[in-house]
Design a protein. Sequence first.
Length: 268
Amino acid sequence: MIRTEMIPEAPRLAVDVCGEGEFVLFLHGIGGSRTNWRDQLPVIGAHFMAAAADARGYGLSDDYDGDLDFADFSADLIRVMDHYGAEAAHLVGLSMGGRIAFDFYGRFPQRVRTLTLADTSFTAPPTPERVREVLDLRQRPLLEGKTPAQIAPEVAGSMTSDHTPPAALARIIESLSALRRDSYLKTLNAVVPYNRFPALDSITIPTLVICGGRDPIAPPALMSQMAGQIPGAEYVEIEGAAHLSNLEAPEAFNAALLPFLLKHRRSE
């Protein structure tokens, strides 16, 4: 049974959690929330303690004062892990969540048992021109007065394909519509230009790379190339899924993730 708990101290962080055992922590994308993992938690929670956290300023987590620094994400993950007494965690990150997981590994490698990087990439630093282009695309409508709900269908369309199931598309639009304008703007400013990740070939823990076969943002050609630079990484491509593969093809996503986690679970 999934329960929602609040991690104390400011900003408070909301976490959905179920199961017992080694800690598996799911990290959502820039337009998502912890609820994006509801198809994964019961499956993984049957074998592990599975948790999905709302990033600060998302979902039920508190807003916060000041700008967002990328290091704040790592500090928040430490708080979540310490709250549950987890010395190390299996990190599962989608899109922005994958970037957070990889950056966290670079800062605290001893606290990560495995990495699962889904529909995310960091093989080439963004140029200043590309940063401005992406920020303008995502921020301008909001700065001009539109609400997240008003831009949600268009943003969802840019991440999905004509193979995306209608129910999954509806959930994606719902997540985007629930974004808080100011927190989303701050997150974009922190995430889009960030490029201080560790080298891919420095990863020394088991790593799974999952990619939607129709992902327009982190396409298979880029994801498979990235996986090839990580020593021993496994690569799984989910046919028909786009950028939110865990929502669009949850059974296929779980079929890739669960055996990987079980294979690298420590012996009792």
